[in-house]
Design a protein around this ligand. Structure first.
Ligand SMILES: Nc1nc2c(ncn2[C@@H]2O[C@H](COP(=O)(O)OP(=O)(O)O)[C@@H](O)[C@H]2O)c(=O)[nH]1
Ligand SMILES: [Mg+2]
Length: 358
């Protein structure tokens, strides 16, 4: 099945590259075959929007997987513009839902078009860059944005609106950062392989994280050599996309508990990655962390290290079956290329060292 063949960097360097999904096989593909000792299978797990696919794309990028076909570029343009439209729609819907008026008449007109008829092809016109940016800056939309914990909105909204000039140009070519910042819900399973020395290959597997996607995880469990579990530090004030009454942290803890204590993973090297550290640090500067965690000392709530220590204890407390010396905890900002590279390297080293212990 189509694993990624690692190709040299594209001529344009780091800027115009894309992540190519290698497979989308809901039955688990070759993972169901017998374990190959020269292959280390590492599974990225975690609830929806924890950053699994973002880290996966980063790993692809630093292994030199680039945009190779015009068709892929066109698909990427479509994905980025779709993200813009979805974000705009969600913001407009939120103003209605939260009863916040959009102030400027021309922005109200734009809002109507967004809800009723605008599609991604329309965004090839620079005049839309101006209209959408004006809508974004409208006091009503900004107020809805400030209240974004009350509805579902992607983390990259601000980034996309601040880059409309490029995105709405007919010469638009998505950059690596655009690809990292846009979201496509992962359906099924995607994997890539690369050499890690000693004649071994690491096979990294990305899966869908929403509740209905998690049934597919089980297909992988008995062939897995290591698990990297992602959870978002910045979700402490958010509810689930698929169940808007359910606290995201509770879901993450529940999924973590199920996975880490699973008998199939007993002694399997396990990495807990606290992701979205960038967003988290911004968020605790303006929001009360202790409001969401009754056991946390309010005096410490602006101290990210103390907050992360608290979250770490919360997660480690869920571990009842897994030997703690095979668990490693790290923080990450998966949108940051250098940080992803460094953290993934540490993760790889941890997994390889654990393998040698076996
Ligand atoms: N600011 C920020 N955004 C992130 C980070 N990691 C992921 N995201 C964004 O969060 C969204 C969901 O990430 P994704 O990788 O699709 O999550 P998945 O459902 O676990 O695969 C995307 O819009 C990403 O760009 C991070 O560390 N910081
Ligand atoms: Mg995903």
């Amino acid at each position: 099945m189509g694993n990624i063949v690692v190709s040299p960097h594209d001529k344009e360097g780091q800027h115009h590259m894309m992540a190519t999904p290698t497979s989308n096989n809901p039955n688990g593909g070759s993972a169901a075959t017998a374990k190959n000792k020269s292959e280390i299978t590492v599974l990225l797990l975690g609830a929806g929007e924890s950053g699994k696919s973002t880290l996966f794309k980063q790993v692809q990028f630093f292994h030199g997987v680039g945009i190779t076909h015009d068709q892929e570029r066109i698909e990427l343009i479509e994905i980025v513009r779709l993200n813009v439209l979805e974000n705009a729609k969600n913001l407009v819907a939120a103003t209605q839902h939260l009863n916040i008026p959009i102030e400027q008449p021309e922005n109200r007109e734009t809002a109507k078009l967004i809800i009723n008829s605008l599609n991604t092809n329309d965004l090839e016109d620079p005049s839309w860059s101006k209209r959408l940016y004006s809508l974004w800056k409208d006091a009503g939309i900004q107020k809805a944005y400030e209240n974004r914990e009350k509805f579902q909105l992607y983390d990259s909204t601000e980034y996309l609106f601040e880059n409309l000039d490029r995105i709405c140009s007919d010469k638009y070519v998505p950059t690596v950062v655009d690809v990292i910042r846009t979201r496509t819900k992962t359906i099924g399973i995607t994997d890539m392989k690369f050499d890690v020395g000693d004649g071994k290959q690491l096979r990294l597997v990305d899966v869908g994280g929403q509740r209905n996607e998690r049934r597919k995880w089980i297909h992988f469990f008995n062939t897995v050599d290591a698990v990297v579990f992602l959870t978002s530090l910045s979700e402490f004030d958010l509810n689930l996309y698929e169940d808007n009454g359910y606290w995201r942290v509770k879901e993450s803890l529940r999924v973590f508990n199920e996975v880490v204590n699973n008998a199939l993973f007993y002694k399997v090297p396990f990495v807990l990655l606290f992701n979205k550290r960038d967003l988290f640090e911004k968020k605790i500067a303006t929001k009360s962390f202790s409001k969401y965690f009754s056991g946390f000392n309010e005096a410490e709530e602006k101290n990210p290290v103390a907050c992360i220590e608290y979250m770490t204890k919360l997660f480690l407390n869920e571990i009842t079956e897994h030997p703690l010396d095979t668990v490693s905890v790290k923080t990450l900002s998966a949108i940051d290329h250098d940080n992803s590279k460094q953290v993934f390297e540490e993760v790889k080293q941890f997994i390889m060292t654990q393998q040698h212990r076996e």
